[in-house]
Design a protein around this ligand. Structure first.
Ligand code: CP
Length: 312
């Protein structure tokens, strides 16, 4: 495995499966009562967040602590970034503090790659979401959850039909999921209005549908995406009500799902917009399992990146 995790494209299929298998093993160890492992004792993991986060930041912190690493949380708000300090100076400050891994979330696509390529730091860089580009650990935890719910212990998703629904245009979660789900053999359909599909989507190697109702009844996995209002500077649909009527997962649509189909959402959810409260809280929803599994998958990523590397 490379020194960094910036994109799902950094992982071969075997490497992705190895991360998922290690996460499963860590889950078994935890269920056996061993919640904390000494694996990364003496290592420092820095959470460098220039954008808001609840799940990703907390689960990386929890993951690092469960491997006995020291954790430094850095949020741009309240730091010297708000006084104009650059990414370079911020990164070099973290390097001087002895960071072994930097988990970065940034509003600019390519920020994690910039940090990894810069030579400013020697730490492993993990992309925790960069602009509309990628969110690789979200895709890994989603794949882990799908594997768990369908009993696919080898993560061979051949024959599994996954629909990714909603704001594909602004979604780094969709990009990383398409790359990983294809690697694992799933059949993927993107379901969205034309205005929320990126230019060049036909080159992604997945099906596209504008008709949620027609696509829905065939799906094993319904992955709803958040409408990312903060990245929308144009009018992408006539009204929230109109969007919800055509592309929201409501109780009527929920009732048409295959009995064993699962409902996913990376969070945070806009309840009442892309997903109704009863869909989010239904027995078919695995939203909370995704959060739980995020810790195991991030432990595994830290383990694969750091456990073999020298402690310098
Ligand atoms: N899924 C996800 O990235 O959530 P947060 O923004 O809360 O980290």
């Amino acid at each position: 495995m490379k020194n960094h995790l910036l994109s799902i494209n950094d992982l071969s299929r075997d490497e992705a499966v190895a991360i998922l298998a290690t996460a499963a093993e860590l889950g078994r160890v935890s269920e056996g009562g061993q919640k904390k492992l000494p694996t990364l004792r003496g290592r420092a993991v820095v959470n460098l967040f220039f954008e808001d986060s609840t799940r990703t930041r907390i689960s990386f912190e929890s993951a690092a602590k469960r491997l006995s690493a020291d954790v430094i949380n850095f949020s741009a708000k309240g730091s010297s970034v708000s006084k104009g300090e650059s990414l370079k100076d911020t990164a070099q400050t973290l390097q001087a503090m002895g960071a072994d891994a930097v988990v970065i979330r940034h509003g600019a696509s390519g920020a994690a790659q910039r940090l990894a390529d810069s030579g400013w730091i020697s730490a492993s860089v993990i992309n925790a979401g960069d602009g509309t580009h990628e969110h690789p650990t979200q895709a890994l935890l989603d794949a882990f959850t799908i594997g768990e719910k369908f009993g696919l212990a080898t993560y061979d998703f051949s024959g599994l039909k996954v629909g990714i629904v909603g704001d594909i245009l602004h979604s780094r979660v969709a990009r990383s999921n398409v790359l990983l789900l294809k690697k694992l053999g799933a059949s993927v359909t993107l379901i969205a209005p034309p205005t929320l599909l990126p230019v060049g989507v036909e080159q992604w190697g997945v099906a596209v549908s504008y008709d949620f109702d027609a696509a829905l009844k065939n799906l094993d996995v319904v992955m709803m995406l958040r409408i990312q209002s903060e990245r929308m500077h144009d009018l992408f649909f006539p009204s929230a009500r109109e969007y919800s009527r055509a592309y929201g997962l409501d109780s009527t649509r929920l009732s048409t799902l295959k009995p064993k189909a699962i409902v996913m959402h990376p969070g945070p959810m806009n309840r009442g917009l892309e997903i109704s409260a009863d869909s989010a809280d239904s027995l078919q929803s695995v939203v909370l399992a995704q959060v739980t599994n995020g810790v195991l998958v991030r432990m595994s990523v830290l383990y694969h990146l750091l456990a073999g590397a020298s402690n310098s």
